[in-house]
Design a protein around this ligand. Structure first.
Ligand SMILES: Nc1ncnc2c1ncn2[C@@H]1O[C@H](COP(=O)(O)OP(=O)(O)OP(=O)(O)O)[C@@H](O)[C@H]1O
Length: 294
């Protein structure tokens, strides 16, 4: 087994002379849940599709499960699972038929009935895929992504269209797959999804890496200044401090025990993310480039 599941150095891709992935470096360890975050047009899908072997790159070194995705064959493909942004065709086949049919493509696959249950489609197994709701159809995509028991699973915005209950169930499924050793590369626009699932997250904008780290400590979150607020004589008080522990201890001391309305707030992942990509040059303001073939 190679040291990393995904190894990327200097990855670049241009469309019509415009760089959309621009010198990206990434390493994803085996068993890691890794998230790619970035605004629309940041280059996430382009990056993921290069790693999946579905797009060419212009420059850079890429190894996915030890092989160059641009050259890897069927054996390699059977070791990866893909849930792409493009949904499964509205099929006349039932959920059970589609999942069972797909399973037959893999030398080693999961049990179709178990997978259908795992994605929460047990009671819809006999329904035609074309008759499912958008969120239910997305769950079929997830089922097809995991049916081959992949070592590495690519999830491109997997929970778009899910209701809150379905998202929480999906998160449980991802945690279970991760506990079983599956490496997962996830792109999402939901910051709570990143906090709930990812071991590490990379923020990219305009095809460049802005920062990489654990969601809890990204952008110095854990050690950033905090805002302490409390009520005093009926008024709301606020104080920014780099040492909230000490400040709260002093407040408690002064008040003789109870501090009404006490709260301590550190920057959220959303605050850090918006700060990182907040500069206008990082947002995709160019007109949509013509879709060319990769
Ligand atoms: N086949 C293509 N031909 C030309 N331009 C393309 C092609 N595919 C993507 N692009 C452009 O490359 C840029 C990056 O697109 P990409 O889909 O990778 O972004 P993304 O980060 O996944 O965005 P989103 O969050 O909206 O899914 C965009 O400006 C897009 O218009």
């Amino acid at each position: 087994m190679t040291e990393t599941a995904v190894h990327v150095r200097g990855l670049s891709k241009r469309y019509g002379g415009t760089p959309v992935v621009d010198g990206l470096d990434l390493d994803i360890a085996h068993g890691e849940v890794f998230a790619l975050l970035g605004p629309n047009g940041a280059g996430k899908t382009t990056t993921v599709e290069i790693l999946e072997g579905y797009r060419d790159r212009d420059a850079g070194t890429v190894a996915v499960l030890g092989e160059d995705p641009g050259k890897a064959g069927r054996d390699w493909r059977s070791r990866i699972g893909i849930v792409s942004q493009t949904a499964t065709d509205a099929s006349e086949l039932t959920v059970r038929e589609v999942v069972t049919h797909f399973a037959a493509n893999y030398p080693r696959h999961r049990d179709p009935e178990t997978v259908i249950e795992q994605v929460g489609l047990g009671e819809h197994a006999k329904k035609r895929v074309g008759r499912l709701s958008g969120g239910q159809r997305r769950r079929v995509d997830v089922a097809l992504g995991i049916i081959g028991d992949p070592e590495l699973l690519f999830l491109d915005e997997p929970t778009t269209g899910f209701d809150p209950e379905a998202r929480v169930k999906f998160w449980q499924l991802i945690r279970q797959l991760s506990a079983e050793g599956t490496t997962i590369l996830l792109t999402t626009h939901y910051l709570d999804e990143v906090e709930a699932l990812a071991n590490r997250v990379a923020v990219i904008a305009r095809g460049r890496l802005k920062t990489i780290g654990e969601p809890e400590t990204l952008g110095g979150r854990a050690t950033a200044g905090a805002v302490v607020s409390w009520r005093e004589d009926g008024r709301l008080m606020e104080r920014e401090t780099t040492n909230p522990d000490q400040f709260v201890a002093e407040l408690v001391g002064k008040s003789g025990g109870h501090v009404p309305g006490l709260s301590v707030q550190r920057p959220s992942l959303e605050d850090v993310y918006l700060q990182l990509i907040g500069t206008s040059e990082d947002l995709d303001t160019t007109p949509e480039l013509r879709k060319e073939t990769a």
